[in-house]
Design a protein around this ligand. Structure first.
Ligand code: SAM
Length: 510
């Protein structure tokens, strides 16, 4: 596909998918594929990704033995081999396709395969299913996939998700990806950004109002929030920048956070079998942060080496869980909202990162870390912010010693586990924390949380038995019930229809 996208037009009627394939979309969203890159789609099918990327201004081409055989195979910064390995029946041909695609990649090869269905009941299996002669399908397991790519290419892949891997051509490129992922998000650490923020007229107005209120304001409380979020990245970042300028203790806490992030990055680089990045590979601000935290980069590496001994030690993980300033500690596990993962002790961040080594980064609302350090789970609670007691939708449990995982889908459950006391999971500066706290206080006053049921049916029964309902984040008396002095009044939340009995129980009354 080097021409004008004719392949797409010609096969329009036979096409099942008009959106970008999952691996390409992910590479774009993670800046593994970025503006200015060339892109080659090896086994491009009908050429949907190529057409969509061209529309976005990318120099994108593709080749396919069945759908675009006349097109040229060319090298490119990013090469995609999406759901191709599954359909090749002969092992020799499969190996050839993988090697050939990798040889064409200048910076990174994105490989995606379909993984065993029984492990992933909730996955979108429409992805990549374009072929009309797709009789043969080889399903991989996640670990088989990783081992296969490494064995054929002789390079450790970076797992980007279930059945998706990035294979970088150089350690430098892999470090650039890792440091962007592990260190890049928290731009509020950058002093130049802080200076810019301090000098910004609108930010000064916000800071003055925050000082008057002795706290960081929420979006609804300051009109210029949207403009500031636009200018500085996000609402969360604006709040953090403001917090850092308002409170010297917040600054010290942020320094500790940064130190933990740097340690996590260095340690998990080593766990990936990578050498420490050369100083010249690191961004200036990262190097400056390393020197602030440890004096010299050499000392930072020595600290990381020492830290490596703690990884995988159950006692050390348990102590770190107990010492964590964030998250909700239960007898077996520590539960933490994704907003607070960056504030976990470094050892726990390493545990989370080890889970990501197996299943790739996951955007679940809650991470559950086993206190013995042997497993962790990504738990999806959609509408965590909106719903007072969100219910579990799906979970991905990673068993670290075996490097495997188990997926469970609760979306059809009529009695899913649910969360109480949401404020316990999130970071101190989480935008909705105040709302969560107020609801918890009201529920405590109403005697609901002594031994609150961890499942929806029993929880709703308890509310009903006390003639109470919850609307938004407000507890109120049920319609028709005689009113009592201390409770408010708003409408009710109807329970979501569900079925099956789950075992995961992030019970939260403790
Ligand atoms: C499931 S489709 C995926 C298409 C596209 N990459 C996507 O993600 O939508 C698999 C494609 O692999 C192509 N294919 C089959 N054998 C191949 C080979 N040896 N080398 C490259 N592509 C091949 C098929 O023609 C088919 O278009």
């Amino acid at each position: 596909m080097t021409g004008s996208g004719v392949v797409v037009a010609r096969h329009k009627t036979a096409m099942k998918r008009m959106r970008m394939s999952r691996p390409t979309a992910q590479a774009l969203s993670e800046s593994v594929l970025r503006k200015g890159d060339t892109f080659f789609d090896y086994g491009c099918g009908h050429g949907v990704d190529v057409a969509l990327l061209r529309a976005e201004g990318f120099a994108a081409t593709g080749w396919d033995p069945h759908f675009a055989p006349a097109e040229k195979k060319v090298d490119a910064d990013v090469v995609n081999l999406g759901f191709v390995l599954n359909v090749i029946e002969r092992a020799v041909e499969r190996q050839h396709a993988l090697r050939d695609a990798f040889a064409l990649a200048r910076r990174v090869l994105v490989v995606a395969v379909r993984v065993e269905k029984n492990l992933l009941a909730g996955e979108d299996f429409e992805d990549g299913v374009l072929t009309k002669h797709g009789g043969f399908q080889k399903f991989f397991t996640q670990s088989e996939f990783r081992e296969y790519v490494e064995a054929i290419l002789g390079v450790k892949p970076e797992l980007a998700g279930i059945g998706v891997a990035y294979v970088f051509k150089s350690e430098e490129a892999r470090h650039a990806y890792l440091s962007a992922r592990l260190l890049g998000r928290r731009l509020e650490f950058r002093t130049e950004l802080l200076d810019l923020f301090a000098k910004d007229a609108l930010a000064q107005e916000l800071l003055a109002k925050c000082r008057a209120r002795a706290r960081v304001l929420r979006r609804a409380e300051f009109e210029g929030f949207a403009a500031l979020a636009e200018r500085f990245g996000s609402e969360d970042r604006v709040r953090r920048l403001a917090a850092r300028l308002l409170d010297p203790d917040a600054l010290a806490a942020l320094r500790e956070e940064r130190k933990a992030a740097l340690l996590t990055y260095l340690v998990t680089s080593r766990l990936r079998g990578l050498a420490y990045p050369k100083a010249s590979m690191l961004a200036n601000d990262v190097l400056a942060d390393l020197r602030t935290a440890w004096g010299t980069y050499e000392r930072a590496k020595a600290a990381a080496e020492e830290f490596m001994f703690l990884v995988g030690q159950s006692d050390a993980v348990n102590i770190a869980c107990q010492a964590s300033a964030v998250g909700k500690l239960l007898p077996e596990d520590l539960y933490v909202h994704r907003s607070a993962v960056a504030q976990l002790p470094a050892l726990l961040q390493v545990v989370v990162e080890m889970g990501r080594l197996v299943v790739g980064p996951q955007e679940a609302e809650i991470v559950k870390i086993a206190r013995d350090g042997r497993s962790l789970s990504f738990l999806w609670y959609p509408q965590f912010d909106e719903v007072a007691h969100p219910t579990l939708d799906k979970s991905l449990r990673v068993h670290l010693p075996r490097a495997d995982f188990q997926f469970r889908d609760f979306s059809a459950s009529t009695n899913p586990p649910l969360l109480h006391r949401k404020e316990a999971f999130v970071s101190e500066d989480y935008a909705h924390r105040g709302r969560f706290l107020r609801l918890t206080a009201a529920e405590e006053r109403a005697g609901l949380l002594g031994s609150a049921p961890g499942f929806q049916t029993e929880w709703l029964a308890l509310l009903a038995s006390k003639e109470l309902q919850i609307a938004g984040h407000t507890l109120r008396r049920s319609k028709g019930a005689p009113s009592r002095p201390h409770e408010g009044s708003k409408a009710t939340i109807p329970p979501k229809p569900r079925s099956a009995t789950p075992t995961a129980r992030p019970s939260s009354s403790s």
